[in-house]
Design a binder for this molecule. Sequence first.
Ligand SMILES: [Zn+2]
Length: 222
Amino acid sequence: MSLDDWIQSPRSSRVWLNESMTALGQFAFIAPIHRVKHWNPTTKKRNKCWAKEAECIFCKNNTPKINEFTYGIYISEIKEVKHLTLTIASHTECQKIFSQLIDEGINPTDLVFKFEKGKVTTTFGRQTNGYIIEKTEEEMFVAEKFRPSLTDSEEQTYRWIIPEEIVEFLKERDGQPITMIDLFLILKDRFPAIEEKELKKYSVKLCEHNILNLMNARQKWI
Ligand SMILES: [Zn+2]
């Protein structure tokens, strides 16, 4: 197997491969960080999409949207997580491989994969550039005790301090004006099984200056 070195950003932890390059990597976690970006083909620039519910300035300009999935990988025995961004097509393929492995009782983060930059088929059947991964028999670079938990990612540094079913129920109203009392009454009506004392606490947390703020439903815990 002839291998290339990952190309590394001098300024960040990002790594990537150019067309037809192949390199080895071990996933540090299998739940990637998901970001929506706008890609302007003319300026060749990526811009973060600022839209929460409505549209950002790039949405309004009809700048195409792309989904980025950033995984943490180890590229050597050095216990330093590097970041590799995949498109939706490569991400979907990786997740398929991970679930097959998990079904077989294999922890995907225990394996070293061969990453190849080449053509990937999208769900629409189009060919696009992406990463193709294949498991290898190589010895793992970094042992489990030195790695973050299996599903660790930026998202998972938060934990819900309010039951997810409540957050799910209130999703449509996020950012809308509401008083604490009204919120409490809505919750009491919808979740009669939850103690009123608890519902009051949730209402206090979620109601910020008479605006429903679901960001307060989560708390950073690491
Ligand atoms: Zn946007």
